[in-house]
Design a protein around this ligand. Structure first.
Ligand code: FE
Length: 261
């Protein structure tokens, strides 16, 4: 399994605080069957600045330490880039990183709203042959109220990443319900942990995928997993499986009640 959004690099943001935290996270990831983790420390979010060179340096160091500690997981470089006015200038200044050297870029909107410049920014990314992935739209207040506005961003050329904890109720019932509704309406392209800490916010990837299998079917699990692979290989995302009609969804829920996996 591949996890494209994590805060595993120690001491850079509100994720792993030190080497011990990072090592515990890496071991937990291995025990879930995760083989590659993209480190995406917060960048330009008003609190944390982690420019490309720093992330690359820390990623190199953590991989050396993981090899020395015998933990079989590879960390790749990335950032969770807050949408801000000077974002494209920062790209030209080479301060930004794509995910694992691919053409995919993880961007984060403020939690309260969709910035007015989003559509324009997505177009600019596309012109640069970059594919923006919007981090956890299920946690954005404007998307919650107007999911069609997320659909507009997707139509403009963006993708959307769902966080495992949202699906599993870690951010409360409201976000959980909203998260599943975005999933079932086909607005989500990739699932990842946004892991910050092994206990407070771990990976829970296996758990989330088994819920997705139960509620949406195995082909959706395969779709999300293969898209995570596509990021690493810098290949296009796969075609979405057909969306279940309301009645099919009801049958699946009915059956899963009796055949809990
Ligand atoms: Fe994050």
């Amino acid at each position: 399994m591949i996890d494209i959004h994590t805060h595993i690099l120690p001491g850079l943001d509100d994720g792993a605080a030190n080497w011990n935290d990072a090592l515990n996270m890496a071991r937990a990831a291995v025990s879930e069957g995760i083989t590659t983790i993209i480190a995406t420390p917060h960048h330009a979010n008003g609190t944390y600045t982690n420019a490309a060179v720093d992330v690359a340096e820390h990623t190199h160091a953590i991989n050396e330490q993981l090899i020395a500690a015998g933990v079989p997981v590879t960390i790749r470089t990335g950032q969770e880039i807050r949408v801000h006015d000077g974002l494209l200038d920062a790209w030209y200044r080479r301060e930004l990183l794509t995910l694992a050297d691919s053409s995919y870029v993880l961007i984060e909107m403020p939690s309260s709203r969709i910035p007015k410049t989003m559509i324009e920014l997505i177009h600019e990314f596309n012109v640069l042959n970059l594919k923006p992935i919007i981090a956890h739209p299920e946690r954005n207040a404007e998307v919650t109220q107007h999911p069609e506005r997320l659909a507009e961003l997707i139509d403009a050329g963006a993708y959307a990443q769902m966080t495992t904890h949202s699906l599993l109720g870690g951010f409360g019932k409201r976000i959980e319900q909203h998260a599943w509704s975005l999933m079932k309406s086909g607005h989500i392209h990739i699932v990842s942990s946004d892991a910050h800490h092994v206990e407070r916010r771990g990976f829970r990837m296996g758990e989330a995928y088994s819920f997705i299998e139960r509620r949406m079917g195995e082909q959706w699990v395969n779709y999300f997993k293969s898209n995570a692979e596509a990021v690493i290989h810098d290949s296009p995302f796969h075609n979405q499986p057909p969306l279940a009609s309301a009645s099919e969804g009801a049958v699946r829920r009915f059956l899963s009640y009796f055949y809990k996996k």
